[in-house]
Design a protein around this ligand. Sequence first.
Ligand code: SAH
Ligand code: SF4
Length: 346
Amino acid sequence: MPTRYDLDRDALADLLTGEPRYRVDQVWDGLHRQLAEPSELTALPKALRARLDDELPAALTPVAESTDRTGETVKWLFELAGGARVETVLMHYRDRTTVCVSSQAGCAMGCGFCATGQAGFQRQMTTGEIVEQVVRAARRSRQDGRRLGNVVFMGMGEPLANYDRVWPAVERLHRDLGLSARHLTVSTVGLVPGIRRLAAEDLPVNLAVSLHAANDALRDTLVPVNGRYPLSVLMGACADYLRAKGRRLSFEWALIDGTNDRLSDARELAELARTLPLPAHVNLIPLNPTPGYATRGTPRDGVELFRRRLDDLGVNATIRRNRGTDIDAACGQLAAKVELRRRPAG
Ligand code: SAH
Ligand code: SF4
């Protein structure tokens, strides 16, 4: 059964066959603009509300919710139909509010440092499951007196490995939730065919490429998919994306102690960035610890040193605050913790 946000407008019209025409707009706007549940659409007759409640069930069942001490970060663990679990993180910054959404239950890309990668792939998420994460975060933001303005596809999963469901979700966020394409960011491990498809779309979203290494030998060990799309091919796709979109491209770089935080790494990264037609921005984040990966993240001083080195080499880099490590807000980590707790002791 399709869930509340799986239906497009035509499918909703089919569901409302026999009702007056204007009901379609009323329900569609209610779900997307007012962020309402069917039961809250008081302009509808009671019987119709009840029917929609029944026939348009929510896709996500909250299993756990945690808020950091300051209330700036909220993290949900949701269960999907079939039992798979995904997470969503809402972050209130001083000047903006951003939600980080999942695009797959699990991930097949196998990056060893990533909790989601360690757990493996479970299933694709539907468009409705993706959109509903944003709707729930937008509702919470409204309660918190904030307006959700940004969406990043940096939760569980590889968005470009679920392109046919992720892209309609992106379009829905833009057209029906009214989010600007400039404020939507798709993050990828570097799936070149997906980047090329993105470049051909009308909506110019931001692209984040999780680079982590600027030479193939090292990247092969951190990001297995580099074997299929090595750096020269990946950079070619990034260059074409920039030419097609003129949008900001960012490189994500999780700093791993003694592994990709050396002077030589900064130099290689600067060299790679210079091959692009527009300057790329680098986001640095110290690696979050995960159960399946032994090497620690770069300590604070090393992170700052790496940033300064990039700066000296002419590369703009920002250190991303490790949002809510006190509530396990790194990729895949809340899910991993709950799994651990569910296992019998010993
Ligand atoms: N699959 C996509 C998007 C989800 S991962 C991608 O890889 O880009 C979102 C980001 O979290 C990526 O940049 C990923 O490299 C990073 N990440 C994964 N595990 C991490 C960890 N343990 N510490 C810090 N960043 C991590
Ligand atoms: Fe998948 Fe991204 Fe994690 Fe790699 S870092 S395993 S691509 S979610």
